[in-house]
Design a protein around this ligand. Structure first.
Ligand code: FAD
Length: 374
């Protein structure tokens, strides 16, 4: 039995690790030309569900690599106003050092590639698939060529080509917010600028006007080659507050987005403004915050979906990647103990994945509304 996976993101690679470890033949096809091509983003919060899923999917040496290149554990989630007055705080003492509380996206992608040599094909953009006369699945690539397997899993993210074909009526809704995402390198010159709490975990600054910004550090346990410690900075605002229509926002250079973040925080506490002033201007990029509309179960078959490809959610709560990891754990355990065929395994997976994914979207949207309520 051979399994095709579209997308070498966090969910697709965790799934590939689990299936490969279980002795199944797996091939992953990724659009990026190389693992280093694209800066995928910055910090990912990993929760208890994500930790459990990583343990379920990964061989010990890959799990050790994820942990080795993760950030030093945090123990705080706190809320502030723009005068830097702490309004809420939740601490998480006693998190085991074997758990990870956050990772850098590029570092975890490298770690998840460990031991998958020859199984992950970069520069292969899946454009669609067709079922063959013998019930197998053949995927097509934009670069030319095809690949055939028994099952196809679309783990190809928010704009999934596999979802577009499998569920052409599935839609995403614009949650009404844009995110300006960047970071400040933490080094000898800037370390002193980071407020003590901001070194301990995720800190949200909610502004009167209904916009806000999240700050959270990544101080690597062991820095991957070329990586530097940093403070993630994520400004969230409506298009009206940004004062720029999307057609323009998504063509602006990084330094213009950085200046926009500085403008949004122009009347904030000087310590907050200093973080933005010292941020890496070239690190900023814009994101539309979107959420998948709930879809009804469909007739299970040899093609299924995982992670953002089926249930994209806002970053609020930091749960999207954790849910993708849970999908990988559920699907791999079903496939690996499929006594009566892969069809039933996929059906059993979808019965768990769909309500879990869409209920998590609802909670994430509720949290987004709460965070941005002025
Ligand atoms: C600003 C921000 C902050 C976030 N913070 C957190 C957080 O702290 N914690 C958390 O749990 N979640 C967080 N999320 C959500 C998280 O990023 C996603 O839920 C997670 O990456 C989904 O994983 P995935 O594997 O499904 O998709 P992705 O990680 O998006 O991977 C999809 C992969 O498929 C590839 N691909 C796309 N199209 C094709 C194609 N046609 N053919 C082949 N390959 C293709 C892409 O290049 C990519 O490598 C955040 C999101 C944002 C926007």
């Amino acid at each position: 039995m051979s399994i095709l996976i579209a997308g070498a993101g966090i969910g697709g690679l965790a799934l590939a690790q689990a299936l490969h470890q279980g002795g199944l033949d797996v091939a992953v096809f990724e659009r990026d030309p190389t693992p280093q091509t694209r800066n995928q983003g910055y910090r990912l919060h990993i929760d208890a569900n994500g930790n459990a899923a990583l343990r379920a999917c990964l061989p010990a040496r890959v799990l050790a690599e994820v942990r080795r290149t993760s950030g030093v554990n945090g123990d705080l989630v706190a809320g502030y106003n723009q005068r830097l007055e702490r309004l809420t705080a939740q601490t998480f003492p006693g998190i085991s050092d074997t758990e990870v509380t956050h990772v850098d996206r590029n570092a975890i992608r490298q770690a998840l590639l460990t031991g998958l040599d020859g199984r992950v094909h970069f520069g292969r953009t899946v454009t669609g698939y067709r079922l063959t006369g013998t019930g197998r699945v053949r995927v097509r690539f934009a670069e030319g060529g095809t690949a055939e397997g028994d099952i196809l899993i679309g783990a190809d993210g928010v704009n999934s080509a596999v979802r577009r074909q499998l569920l052409p009526r599935a839609t995403l809704r614009d949650a009404g917010f844009r995110c300006l995402y960047g970071r400040m390198t933490i080094d000898a010159a800037t370390a002193g600028l980071v407020p003590a709490d901001f070194n301990r975990g995720f800190c949200w600054v909610g502004a009167d006007a209904g916009h806000g910004a999240g700050f959270a550090p990544v101080r690597f346990r062991e820095r991957p080659d070329g990586a530097r410690d940093y403070l993630m900075i994520a400004f969230v605002a409506t298009p009206e507050q940004l004062g720029v229509p999307d057609e323009r926002l998504f063509t602006l250079p990084p330094d213009a987005l950085w200046r926009m973040a500085a403008d949004l925080s122009a009347d904030w506490h000087p310590a907050l403004r200093a973080l933005v002033a010292h941020a890496d201007a070239a690190s900023f990029f814009p994101i539309t915050i979107r959420a998948s509309e709930r879809v009804e179960p469909w007739q299970p078959g040899p093609v299924t979906l995982l992670g953002d490809a089926i249930h994209t959610m806002p970053p609020a709560g930091g749960v999207g990647a954790n849910t993708a990891l849970q999908d990988a754990a559920t699907l791999s355990s079903q496939l690996l103990c499929a006594a009566s065929g892969f069809g039933e395994a996929i059906q059993a997976y979808e019965e768990v994945m769909l309500p879990r994914g869409f209920d998590t979207i609802d909670r994430s949207l509720a949290m987004l509304t709460h965070m941005l309520a002025a």
